[in-house]
Design a protein around this ligand. Structure first.
Ligand code: FAD
Ligand code: NAD
Length: 475
């Protein structure tokens, strides 16, 4: 096998593997190195996203939501199912099969695109060389014309509550529980804490979420965070804001978590504790001396707006560089870099990266929040439409939440769209497309939406921005 490639990608997660595939589509010779190791010792492409993140979490979110609906919603449809039995082993088996199918799919995609998969560790050496160490210890030095670093991220640990892999776990551990904990503690009311807290709550756990900040979901639009907090609390998540964890100790199979909040020092005792306080870039043994690639003060690989590092021919994408840690952000960067290497037009529009929280109701947004627009001083208008006024949402027994459009007064440009409600994560795609093309709220107003669909809520919210909504009151 040749050790010379046009492109060597280090990392086969959602940033690295699309970069490899696109580079191969661009008729370049490509190798993709990945070292991911599963808990059973097996190796798989797909990184955090496919093995321990997006995909397994969504599998459990879907299963647990079905349990919740069977218990709480079926009756309203005139369906009675008696006692709902939950089989955690069966649920976990389904999740594992979905993960396996997804990760094996990458190998099939590599084969058809002509990407050489290399499982083991990659280390960048000076001179666009990459040292590859296979899992059996065999070493090869590859020569590349371009190297793309896509080494991802890892969970942050809390010094006062270190992971022990059983009682105090990270998100991967919390995806693998073999039984529903009676009492679950979650540190961090971020995306992971809320998604995994929802999973285990719906399956019967008592869940306490300790969040250091006084505000709930501060990155979301204020009205959305307020509505979201109400729904999470209705589900039974005991969310405590302004809670600073000072320590956690494991004894007798229990975890005692000490925290302080406005009321002073508080203890909470749980059976399992998930620490979900964010992730940090992962670059262990990635860079040899003298490569010219720099890390910033937080450990991210330093890149410019085109994902170029300080070393000619070396690029970096995904969670290991600045920006939101989202699979789709990494994918766009990976693909853009592979196109740029081939001399094609490539640009990532960082202004329209959607965010989705897969709770029930789902939360999704793109662009600026109303608070951000207000702070910018630009005159704006807002249109909202409640799902309670949507015929489709009523038919689905899913009337919680609303759709909100924020647009500029001067040129009617859509500045942000915020949705909390059924299928928000799917609906946001229309807003992303609209904003990608700098659409005005009038463009959305003039776009025909099928009836009865949830997407009519976005149409009506755009109309409401000009007080022209038909199916709700124009306030
Ligand atoms: P990673 O997915 O971390 O992949 C990096 C890969 O590189 C890994 O396989 C790693 O082993 C390998 N690697 C690292 N260093 C080397 C080396 N030196 N040599 C060889 N291989 C190396 N994002 C979303 O957009 N939507 C979601 O719904 C979502 N849900 C999530 C749920 C959870 C529980 C978690 C933890 C994360 C979730 N994320 C979600 C975030 C998402 O998983 C990450 O943003 C995404 O995986 C980052 O992609 P990446 O390719 O940059 O890194
Ligand atoms: P996060 O940054 O979303 O949330 C971490 C939360 O923990 C914050 O609210 C923070 O204030 C809080 N916190 C930090 N230190 C704390 C402390 N000592 N005590 C109490 N609270 C503390 O991080 P995450 O939830 O760990 O997720 C990591 C990354 O994974 C995020 O960047 C996220 O984008 C990504 N992710 C995305 C999705 C999705 O797109 N649906 C799902 C899961 C994860």
């Amino acid at each position: 096998m040749s050790d010379q490639f046009d492109v060597v990608v280090i990392g086969g997660g959602p940033a690295g593997y699309p970069a490899a595939i696109r580079a191969a589509q661009n008729k370049l010779s490509v190798a993709c190195i990945d070292e991911w190791q599963n808990r059973d010792g097996s190796h798989a492409f797909g990184g955090t996203c496919l093995n321990a993140g997006c995909i397994p979490s969504k599998a459990l979110l879907e299963s647990s939501e079905l349990v919740h609906r069977a218990q709480h919603e079926f009756k309203a449809h005139g369906i009675s199912v008696g006692t709902v039995e939950v089989d955690i082993a069966g649920m976990q088996k389904r999740k594992a099969a979905i993960v396996r199918q997804s990760t094996q799919g990458i190998l099939a995609l590599f084969k058809s695109a002509g990407v050489t998969p290399l499982q083991g560790h990659g280390r960048l050496l000076p001179g666009l060389k990459v040292e590859f160490t296979a899992h059996d210890g065999a070493k090869r030095t590859l020569q590349a014309k371009h190297v793309i670093l896509a080494s991802g991220s890892q969970p942050m640990e809390l010094k006062s509550a270190p992971f022990d892999g059983r009682h105090v776990v990270d998100s991967w551990g919390a995806l693998d529980f073999d039984a529903v904990p009676k009492r679950l503690g979650v540190i961090g009311a971020g995306v992971i804490g809320l998604e995994l807290g929802s999973v285990w709550r719906r399956l019967g756990a008592e869940v306490v979420v300790l969040e250091a900040l006084p505000d709930f979901l501060p990155m979301a639009d204020g009205q959305v965070s307020k509505e979201a907090l109400r729904h999470f609390r209705k589900l039974g998540l005991d969310i405590r804001l302004g809670a600073k964890v000072t320590g956690a100790s494991v004894a007798g199979g229990e975890v005692t978590v000490a925290y302080t909040d406005a009321k002073g020092e508080q203890p909470v005792v749980v059976d399992r504790l998930v620490v979900a306080i964010g992730r940090r870039p992962y670059t262990r043994d990635l860079l040899a001396e003298g490569t010219g690639v720099a890390l910033d003060e937080r450990g991210f690989v330093q890149v410019d707006e085109h994902c170029r590092t300080g070393a000619k021919g070396v690029w970096a994408v995904g969670d290991c560089v600045r920006g939101p840690m989202l699979a789709h952000k990494g994918k766009e960067e990976g693909v853009a870099v592979a196109d740029a290497i081939a001399g094609l037009y490539a640009e990532v529009n960082y202004k329209v990266i959607p965010s989705v929280i897969y709770s029930a109701p789902e939360i999704a947004w793109v662009g600026l929040t109303e608070e951000q627009v207000k702070a910018s001083g630009r005159a704006y208008k807002v249109g909202s439409f409640p799902f309670a006024a949507s015929g489709r949402a009523r038919a689905m027994e899913a009337t919680a939440g609303f759709c909100k459009v924020v647009a500029a007064v001067d040129n009617d440009e859509i500045l942000g769209v915020h949705i909390i409600g059924p299928m928000a994560g799917e609906m946001i795609a229309e807003a992303v497309l609209a904003m990608e093309y700098s659409a005005s709220s009038e463009d959305l107003q003039r776009t025909i939406h099928a009836h009865p669909t949830l997407s009519e809520a976005l149409h009506e919210a755009a109309l409401a921005a000009d007080k022209r909504a038909i199916d709700c009151l124009n306030k």
